[in-house]
Design a protein around this ligand. Structure first.
Ligand SMILES: Nc1ncnc2c1ncn2[C@@H]1O[C@H](COP(=O)(O)OP(=O)(O)O)[C@@H](O)[C@H]1O
Ligand SMILES: [Mg+2]
Length: 324
């Protein structure tokens, strides 16, 4: 197979942490060819989507003392060429959030790729469909109590009723802008004004789940099925569990409740073309559905002795074999 990855600049990727690298590496290990490109290189000429594609070869990371170790020159780029994306079998859209206007434009360019010829994962339509915070609202039965509003009085009412709540900007990631609210906090009005830009933008407010202290579980779903999970436990005085803010990762089981949550989502994920997804589960409740560039594969593999990258690429091999 030929696979292209639309990613952030490769020099900024962390081979021992980034799932995009794990996927590229697995493709290489299975004998496939891999190219890299960036979102700003996507171009339309006569109705066809092109990208400046850099062939890339990776040196796989190794597990040493329970840590992924990469050599200094872990990637080698070849000479780039402008090529139609349809010359690829698979295009992975793995640009990190936030979802900006430029990101949305990129999805429109990806719409031009003929799906008979090239799989785009996740599909551009699915990426537009699923705001990472709001998409979960479609599965209210497995979500904690949640509102989305820019109305200060409604936020106050909700926080007073719940006692404590978590405020989330709708385009945040990695813990950014996540705030803890409680009745009586003297900063609460200011917090609401700053977060909603004085009532100009809605935010999400969710009831505070005390189980968050025990961890925020990341479950990776491939084609609607859970394939692995890890726990992220807040460290020190931090209430957020995100790895980016120092959350400690730990081994965790996929419970029957987790399977129930996944099966609630799975048909919708498939029909929206969201094939590779990371959901967050706190205390048995779905809090977020990550679709843009979900991470966790390196940590899951390290703690469970799995190789999820290979599993994902083999799934693609089978999918393409069935189609041809
Ligand atoms: N309802 C909640 N109750 C308690 N803690 C929460 C809740 N929602 C999120 N958190 C904490 O905030 C962190 C980030 O929240 P999340 O919704 O996953 O946003 P993102 O990861 O995109 O920043 C989580 O890892 C968790 O520690
Ligand atoms: Mg999260």
């Amino acid at each position: 197979m030929k696979l292209a990855f639309i990613v952030d600049p490769v020099e900024g990727l962390d081979p021992g942490h980034d799932t995009s690298v794990a996927l590229m590496e697995a493709a290489g290990l299975l004998g496939h060819q891999v190219w890299l490109t960036q979102m700003h290189h996507l171009t339309v000429i006569r109705g066809q989507a092109y990208a400046l594609l850099y062939p890339v070869e990776l040196v796989p990371v190794k597990l040493v003392d329970h840590k992924w170790l990469a050599v200094d020159d872990w990637y080698k780029l070849g000479l780039p060429e402008w090529s139609p994306l349809e010359s690829m079998d698979v295009v992975w859209m793995r640009k990190d959030p936030p979802v900006t206007i430029a990101y949305l434009y990129a999805t429109y360019i990806l719409d031009l790729v003929n799906v008979q010829q090239t799989r785009v994962i996740n599909t551009p339509k699915g990426l537009r469909e699923a705001n990472e915070k709001m998409y979960a609202l479609q599965f209210a039965s497995v979500m904690p109590e949640t509102i989305v509003t820019q109305d200060k009085a409604i936020i106050h009412q909700f926080v007073d009723a719940q006692g404590a709540a978590i405020l989330k900007p709708l385009n945040g990631k990695a813990g950014e802008g996540i705030l803890y609210l409680e009745t009586g906090d003297r900063n609460i009005n200011s917090i609401i004004e700053i977060s909603t830009r004085r009532g100009a933008e809605p935010v999400m407010i969710q009831s505070y789940l005390p189980a968050a202290i025990e961890g925020d579980k990341r479950i990776i779903l491939l084609n609607g099925e859970p394939i692995g999970a890890i726990n992220r436990i807040p460290s020190g005085k931090e209430f957020r569990g995100n790895m980016a803010v120092g959350g400690r990762v730990a081994e965790v089981e996929i419970t029957s409740r987790d399977y129930e949550i996944c099966s609630t989502l799975s048909a919708k994920l498939r029909s929206d073309g969201l094939y590779f997804v990371g959901i967050d589960v706190i205390g048995g409740y779905l809090t977020e559905i990550n679709v843009t560039s979900p991470t966790g594969v390196r940590e899951i593999d390290r703690l469970n002795n799995t190789h999820l990258g290979l599993q994902v690429i083999q799934w693609l091999e089978n999918l393409l074999a069935k189609e041809n």
